[in-house]
Design a protein around this ligand. Structure first.
Ligand SMILES: C[S@@+](CC[C@H](N)C(=O)[O-])C[C@H]1O[C@@H](n2cnc3c(N)ncnc32)[C@H](O)[C@@H]1O
Length: 150
């Protein structure tokens, strides 16, 4: 064993087929995970009230959210932090996986400006409704003021 390995635990990742299968199981028992998987597969997130949010170019892949779900499920701390809410696929996956573990958790997301045209807001309202105070979106800021002449 190297000196590095003695100091730092090695993160063993299951093969992608196993991660994908675990994501399928999570989606089968968790509505939020199912909505997120459907969103990345189709390109559109659908809220239970019928509103939709187009992912467009901010679209994770099923394999990426499968990996995130696994990492979130083994997260050793109560607090997890996500930098870049975007279309909320990572936040939805992390919250779903963390809740399924059954231990106390809080997931905070920081994205001061968000995406243009209010994209991501439908997903954000779903997460607030679904996860309550387990989901915290850090301070948002208005777009910087336009500078005359630029
Ligand atoms: C590729 S998206 C992130 C994808 C997102 N995790 C998802 O699941 O859809 C990038 C996001 O990061 C945000 N961002 C860029 N720079 C940032 C920064 N310095 N701090 C926080 N968010 C940032 C952007 O506003 C954008 O919404």
């Amino acid at each position: 064993m190297s000196q590095f390995e003695e100091l730092t635990p090695v993160l063993e990742l299951p093969p992608i087929a196993a991660l994908s299968s675990m994501l399928g199981e999570l989606a089968a028992r968790c509505e939020a995970a199912a909505r997120c998987l459907q969103a990345v597969e189709t390109g559109t997130f659908t809220h239970p009230d019928g509103r939709t949010d187009p992912l467009e170019d901010v679209r994770l892949t099923p394999n990426q959210i499968a990996l995130l779900a696994h990492l979130a499920s083994v997260c050793p701390t109560e607090l997890s932090i996500d930098v870049g809410f975007g279309m909320g696929s990572s936040a939805t996956t992390i919250l779903s996986a963390r809740r399924s573990v059954g231990k106390p958790f809080e997931h905070r997301v920081y994205d001061p400006w968000g995406l243009p045209n209010q994209r991501g807001k439908v997903v954000e309202s779903f997460l607030a409704q679904e996860f309550g105070d387990r989901f915290v979106r850090g301070g948002t800021r208005p777009s910087p003021p336009a500078v005359p002449g630029f």
